[in-house]
Design a protein around this ligand. Structure first.
Ligand code: SAH
Length: 216
């Protein structure tokens, strides 16, 4: 678990790359400059590439998202300090760390036990303390609802009803939607308990949001 000046230099460059691609929020760029992304990638052989703006495998057929995508989704959430954010798809915990650096309260769900176990151990080691849950993201977290913001970090075949209902009025859900290999990034604003406004932010590629084991 070493973090060197070289790593620090590389992530400063990564923040510049992400900024050039259109991310303006300084808090997000600072988070990218701060978080040792290589430590979120379990395969040491990949550490030398960790500050390229690319996704990488993290085991269990999953990936750590591309930094630009993490930044883009985070920017769409329009976060304010101390807001309550639900994340679906903890994975490596990198997106979780970005949210925590910005100063919001994060509740994150992961449905693959190996990833859940690893990230539950890793985040506190890096100084990130938050609530991680092993479960099915389609159902959200009714016990802790409502949330100011919800972010889904896997491609969903449709927008889960439970996530819409667990959003506060005025809240934002950011979710990549479609069953194919590519998804359309949607920003959904909850205008009233049964009224939503959806904005389409273009094509992205995610691993699929998986259904419960034993179901399809
Ligand atoms: N935010 C993560 C992205 C990981 S990829 C990161 O930056 O590393 C998406 C993650 O969603 C995977 O870890 C996958 O196991 C998880 N996932 C897939 N379906 C899910 C579901 N139904 N509920 C919760 N997590 C799910």
């Amino acid at each position: 678990m070493t973090d060197t000046y070289r790593h620090k230099g590389l992530r400063k460059k990564l923040a510049e790359v992400v900024a050039k691609k259109g991310i303006e929020n300084p808090e997000i760029l600072t988070a990218i400059e701060t978080i040792p992304r290589h430590l979120f990638i379990p395969d040491n052989a990949l550490h030398k590439y960790a500050y390229e703006d690319k996704p990488f495998p993290i085991g269990a057929g999953q990936t750590i998202s591309q930094p630009y995508t993490v930044a883009f989704q985070t920017e769409l959430l329009e976060l304010k300090p101390r807001e309550k954010v639900l994340e679906i798809g903890t994975g490596s915990g990198y997106q979780t760390a970005v949210l925590l650096e910005i100063g919001v309260k994060v509740f994150s769900i992961e449905r693959q036990k190996v990833l859940f176990d690893r990230t539950k151990e890793l985040l506190p080691q890096l100084g990130y303390n938050t609530k991680l849950f092993y479960g099915d993201g389609y159902k959200g977290l009714p016990t802790f609802a409502p949330f100011d913001k919800i972010i889904v970090t896997a491609g969903a075949p449709y927008v889960p009803e439970d996530l819409l209902s667990q959003l506060k009025v005025g809240g934002i859900l950011v979710i990549p939607v479609d069953e194919g290999e590519n998804q359309r990034m949607k920003k959904i604003v909850k205008l009233a308990s049964n009224k939503f406004e959806t904005e389409d932010l273009g094509l992205f590629r995610f691993v699929p949001l998986l259904k419960e084991k034993g179901r399809d």
